[in-house]
Structures are given as structure tokens and as C-alpha cells.
Design a protein around this ligand. Structure first.
Ligand code: ZN
Length: 579
């Protein structure tokens, strides 16, 4: 699989490594330089005193998500990282730093190939969610043999699959598998809950602590939906991208953030238009949801720290949670946009990329407003479109039916339906208060496509973007000037976006695995002009390596306060040892 999916990753010499070789010091330094350093500095001083104290506890809980996540990626990951940290040579240090960026000994930007000797050549597709020797066929055969209730557990978010002493597959709940870490994390959440004065945060933290110990996340997911606090907290097992084998299992992560009050108010406006967008989606009317849940909440926040699944490789700029279809049907989902992360990406990456990929006349159409608004629209459209597949009486979900392809299809759907939504609002003159117009929207999206493709083919967003680029080039909506630059044909763009949205939404509504596979297969090789320009962007950073300066200083000041006289703690977390 890796040979196929690596087709359009950056062709740095190091991606061509034979499995027996790993990058040397100079190569590794170059690999790490693809992540531009960005300080995540947030003004926590304006938080109420109780919230500031709670935040210190939450940072400790959040760091435990790093530990669980690393184990989920690979059972030997924690021990391998500990060993990597003990190597103090220049090469050893470089490996340790790059390890921390990837949270694993495989380079995400290079199709998850190994950069450390003595580890498997590629990241295990099923992480440690399944026995290392279990195939998809074995799982599916076993699944058929189970009673319905156990089938639900086996394919559920919060269980791992193990072998019993007889070698038979068996189901183990997360709260048993990760019991030691989850008990500590639950304790920190309870302490934080006692410190904050915000009732909705108190409630979420208490219920989430309980969920860590029971794997019943429903009540705390609902409380997270209702969370409305200056200190915005997301912590738990959420996204299933780490499970590349079957796409069922959730990886642990945390985002501890400060709410951006002004932006949140401004963007709530869009939420009021979601039913209208759903009603106009370019899909057969029977697939539309005539009554979306109550207006889904939107938060614009600034990130203090992200951990676990939220802190490896290409960094999250926005997310849409929860993923539990049951909660989504009843409560909708909430969008959280990490504004300081998005701003850093725009300035450090998209600006230099645009200078090379956009035709000179299009340069002035690059706009942070358009960039930010499209990401917002992307997140909002995750919440609309088909969330149920009704197939001959059997009720299922697009996620369950599209399995490993769901991530890429859903990301492409959100990109394309996001553009469809903004075009619809522009046509109705409903974007008057914003600086977004057709020209800067599509031109910024074009430049941004190059940015996404540079994430590599291991990433669901990168795969999703490859589908879009192939389609839009074919339809003449993206045009190559022949000198390596590109521009948008606005007239063709509108129709092409509408048609592609139709195709993606229909694949999801029908749970059509075969068509999804055909789309992925067709996008495996990029149009040659695109590929050529993409290869000329190698020296521009691909993404960020955030330095959580506010979190580090808060955690450190707390440590010093707790142990008078010990200004420099002996055992510092990995981030604190970095220069
Ligand atoms: Zn998305």
C-alpha cells in the first residue's frame, strides 16, 4: 500500500529510501526543516483565577493523551521513544526531535516511512488497536460470527481487539486497555473541575472524567456540545484516522484553548444558514435532511496546547466533533477553529507558496479572510450532508460503509461543499460584511490546494485534495499557464464544484465503497503540471511545529510553586528540554 500511496509525496531523496536504510543527520535535519517553528503564545492572564489554576491541571491531563496516543500508534512506541531520548549524539538528538514531531519513528510526510533503525519499515496500518498479525479478512470473518451486540462493540470507537490465550480474537474496552493513564487523567479533570467557576466547564470535566473510566462517552459528549466557557477544553478519544486498517478506533487527543470572543460572535452568523445550505445541496432530494438539529455551535479559539492525535505531523487548524453519529443526530456537532494556528500557517506557508504557484495577476487575490472563511465553511459542512445509509432496510453510516476511504472522501466533501456553501451565500448577497468575494475565494483555494497536497498521501486531507485537483484540472476550472503558475477559471469553477459535490455526497449517501475506491484510484497520480510545480516547493516549510510557550511556562511555574526552592525541576517533559 505504501508504494501506491507515496506516488505524489514530495520526492525528496529521503522518500526513496530502501527499507533497510534510514536518513542520516543531514537528511533528517532537512526533513525537520519542513516544519516551521511557531510559538503558541496566548494571553492566559485574562482568565479568572480559578480557570488559570484549572488550566495547569488540564495541561497535565492533556500530556497523558500523548502517552496513550503514542501507544495506540504502535505498542512499542513508548519504549522506543524513551530509548531515542537517551541517545545524546547530534544524530540521536535530531532523531529525538523529529520523533516528537511525528509522535512515532515514521515520517508522516514521507508516507510513514521509518527514520529510525530497527523499527518496522512502515507504521502499522492498524496501530495497536488490533493484533499485529490480524488481517482485515480475519477481522471480517470473525465479525460475522458475533451476535449483533458484540458486532457493535467490535466495530466501536472505544475498544481494542486482542487475542485470548487460545489465539481467538476478543474485545477489550479502552478503560481496561489504558486504565493506568485514564485513571490519572480522570483525577486531573476532577481537580480542574473543582477549580473552575464556569458551570458548563465543571459539568463537562466531571462527566468526561467518568467517561474515561466507563467508555460511555454519550453524556460527556453532550456536555461538550453545551460547553460555553472562556477556557475551551476538548479531551478524549475522537478521530479514527490512526486506524488505517478499518477506520473504527478512536485516538486520544486534547486541545486546550482560549475562546476568541469577537470572532466567535461574528461567525455564529453562518450557523444560522446551515439548514438553507442543506436544503440546496446538489444531491437527490431524498438524501437531504429536512430538519437539521439545533444550530450547531461554533467556537473560534486560540490554542494553548494540543496533544496526542492533535499534535503530530501536519497540525490541526480546525476540527468538528464529536464523531458519534448518535450525538450528531440528536445534538449536531460543534466546530472549533484554531485561529492562531491558522494565522501562523497562512503567513509562514501559504504566502510563500502563493508567490510561486499563482499567476502574477492572481497574486493580489490571496486573502487571509478567504482562507479563514473557507476553513470555517469546511468545518460547517462536515455537519451537513448524509450521516445515514439506508441500505435494504439495514441502517448504517457513511463511516461504517466507506471504512478506510471515509476519511479522504469526507475531507474532500467538506472542502467542496464549503466552497458550494460560500458561493451560495455570495449569490444571495449574504456575505456582505466579509471581505470574501469569488475571486479571492477560489484563488486562495487554489493556492491552498498546493499546501494540502504537500501534506503527503498518508493524510486524509492530502488524499481528499488529490481527488479535487484531478477533477478541477479535468474540467478546466484550474488552469496551468505553462510556466509553472496556475489560475482559476471562475465561470467553470462554479459548475465543477457543484458536480463534484454531487458525486461525493452521493457516494456517502449510498455508502458506495466501489465508487469511493474508483475516485481514490483516479487521484493516485496528480496531473503532471501540478506535480511539477509541487516538486518545486520543497524548500518552503510544509507545516508548523508549534512551541507551546504559554503552556510550558504555566506548567513550570506551577511546579516551582509546588516545590519551593527548586527553580529547575530535575525531570522536565520533553518539550521543556528543547532549545
Ligand atoms: Zn475536515
Amino acid at each position: 500500500m505504501s508504494a501506491l500511496t507515496r506516488t505524489f509525496t514530495l520526492l525528496l531523496p529521503l522518500t526513496m529510501l530502501a527499507t533497510a536504510q534510514v536518513p542520516n543527520f543531514a537528511q533528517l535535519k532537512k526533513m525537520r526543516a519542513r516544519f516551521a517553528r511557531a510559538e503558541m503564545r496566548v494571553d492566559a492572564a485574562r482568565l479568572p483565577d480559578g480557570d488559570r489554576k484549572a488550566l495547569v491541571k488540564l495541561i497535565q491531563a492533556g500530556r497523558l493523551m500523548n502517552e496513550i496516543y503514542m501507544r495506540q500508534v504502535w505498542s512499542a512506541n513508548p519504549a522506543t521513544y524513551a530509548k531515542a531520548q537517551s541517545n545524546l549524539s547530534a544524530l540521536g538528538r535530531e532523531r529525538m526531535l523529529y520523533y516528537w514531531i511525528n509522535k512515532a519513528p515514521w515520517s508522516e510526510l514521507d508516507g510513514y516511512t521509518a527514520f529510525l533503525p530497527g523499527v518496522p519499515a512502515r507504521k502499522p496500518a492498524g496501530g495497536s488497536f488490533y493484533p499485529a498479525d490480524m488481517s482485515r479478512e480475519e477481522f471480517e470473518g470473525w465479525l460475522q460470527s458475533l451476535p449483533r451486540e458484540q458486532q457493535v462493540q467490535a466495530t466501536g470507537f472505544f475498544t481494542v481487539i486482542r487475542r485470548d490465550t487460545a489465539g481467538k480474537l476478543t474485545i477489550v474496552p479502552y478503560h481496561k486497555e489504558y486504565g493506568a493513564e485514564l485513571q490519572k487523567a480522570a483525577q486531573f479533570l476532577k481537580e480542574a473541575s473543582a477549580l473552575t467557576g464556569n458551570e458548563s466547564l465543571k459539568r463537562f470535566l466531571t462527566l468526561r472524567a467518568d467517561a474515561f473510566l466507563s467508555d460511555d462517552y454519550y453524556a460527556s459528549d453532550v456536555a461538550w456540545m453545551d460547553l460555553d466557557a472562556p477556557l475551551d477544553v476538548t479531551i478524549g478519544p475522537y478521530e479514527t484516522y490512526t486506524d488505517e486498517l478499518l477506520g473504527y478506533k478512536a485516538a486520544y487527543e486534547a486541545y486546550l484553548c482560549l475562546r476568541d470572543e469577537a470572532e466567535t460572535a461574528r461567525l455564529k452568523y453562518f450557523a444560522d444558514h446551515m439548514q438553507e445550505i442543506e436544503d440546496h445541496l446538489p444531491i437527490e432530494a431524498k438524501y437531504r435532511n429536512p430538519k437539521l438539529g439545533a444550530a450547531a455551535p461554533i467556537r473560534v479559539v486560540n490554542e494553548i496546547i494540543a496533544t496526542g492525535d492533535g499534535a503530530h505531523g501536519v497540525r490541526t487548524a480546525a476540527f468538528n466533533l464529536p464523531n458519534d453519529e448518535h450525538v450528531i443526530r440528536e445534538k449536531g456537532s460543534k466546530r472549533v477553529m484554531l485561529k492562531n494556528v491558522q494565522e501562523a500557517k497562512f503567513h509562514l506557508i501559504l504566502e510563500p507558496v502563493s508567490q510561486r504557484v499563482l499567476a502574477p495577476a492572481a497574486q493580489s487575490d490571496l486573502s487571509f479572510d478567504a482562507f479563514f472563511t473557507h476553513i470555517l465553511a469546511h468545518e460547517m459542512t462536515h455537519g451537513i450532508g448524509p450521516h445515514q445509509v439506508t441500505d435494504g432496510g439495514k441502517v448504517s453510516t457513511p463511516r461504517q460503509e466507506l471504512k478506510d476511504l471515509y476519511g479522504a472522501i469526507e475531507e474532500a466533501k467538506a472542502d467542496v461543499c464549503g466552497l458550494f456553501m460560500l458561493q451560495h451565500l455570495l449569490d444571495k448577497s449574504l456575505l456582505r460584511d466579509s471581505a470574501v468575494n469569488e475571486r479571492n475565494l477560489y484563488t486562495t483555494y487554489l493556492a491552498s490546494a498546493f499546501r494540502s497536497l504537500r501534506f503527503g498521501s498518508a493524510d486524509a486531507h492530502g488524499k481528499g485534495m488529490a481527488i479535487q485537483v484531478r477533477y478541477l484540472m479535468e474540467k478546466g476550472a484550474f488552469r496551468a499557464a505553462g510556466n509553472g503558475t496556475f489560475s482559476v477559471d471562475s465561470a467553470r469553477m462554479k459548475g465543477a464544484i457543484r458536480d463534484l459535490a454531487h458525486d461525493l455526497l452521493t457516494v456517502e449517501a449510498a455508502g458506495d465503497y466501489a465508487s469511493a475506491q474508483a475516485m481514490m484510484e483516479g487521484a493516485r497520480v496528480l496531473p503532471p503540471e501540478f506535480q511539477k510545480t509541487l516538486e518545486q516547493l520543497k524548500d518552503i516549510p510544509i507545516d508548523l511545529e508549534p512551541e507551546f510557550v504559554t503552556a510550558t511556562s504555566l506548567a513550570r511555574s506551577n511546579w516551582s510553586a509546588a516545590r519551593p526552592g527548586s527553580a529547575s525541576p530535575k525531570k522536565t517533559p520533553p518539550r521543556a528540554t528543547r532549545k
